[in-house]
Ligand binder design. Structure first.
Ligand SMILES: [Zn+2]
Length: 148
């Protein structure tokens, strides 16, 4: 049988004759990525599944109090990324007319400190608006002028 390309790692692999339309190789990380992609799709398209996931996550959080606080302390870059992505989700929801819901359940603190001398330098997340791609972390640095 002809080898096919894994959509997650890009390696060629021997497809199983018992599984038609395989997209992922046997590697644990590719199987995990495949399952995560399936779950994201299922949550978007199946309201019952979405509801059950929410109930399970809430139960898990009750059994593990303080987990998310610790997680945010351990991963400040994830917090930063989430703040940015949430601002984008809020903006999208607002443009779709979700204002009332946003006002009732504000998710992110929006009154963060403001600077008058704002420079576009530092770490940013580039978030594709049209294409379905992962966000990309970029660093914008000031390059000193050596020979003015
Ligand atoms: Zn793979």
């Amino acid at each position: 049988m002809e080898k096919i390309l894994c959509v997650y790692c890009g390696d060629l692999f021997d497809p199983s004759p018992r599984h038609k339309d395989q997209t992922a190789c046997k590697k644990v990380e590719c199987q995990r990525a495949k399952k995560a992609a399936w779950q994201r799709h299922k949550i978007k398209t199946d309201p019952d599944y979405r509801f059950n996931q929410k109930v399970c996550q809430r139960r898990w959080t009750e059994v593990h109090p303080g987990y998310w606080q610790e997680y945010r302390k351990r991963n400040p870059e994830k917090v930063e990324r989430n703040v940015i992505l949430q601002a984008i989700r809020n903006r999208r929801a607002r443009s779709k007319g979700g204002d009332e819901k946003m006002d009732l359940f504000p998710i992110a603190k929006m009154d963060a400190s403001k600077h008058d001398n704002f420079e576009v330098l530092g770490q940013f997340w580039m978030v594709p608006v049209i294409a379905k791609m992962d966000a990309l972390k970029v660093n914008l640095l000031k390059i000193p002028v050596l020979y003015p």
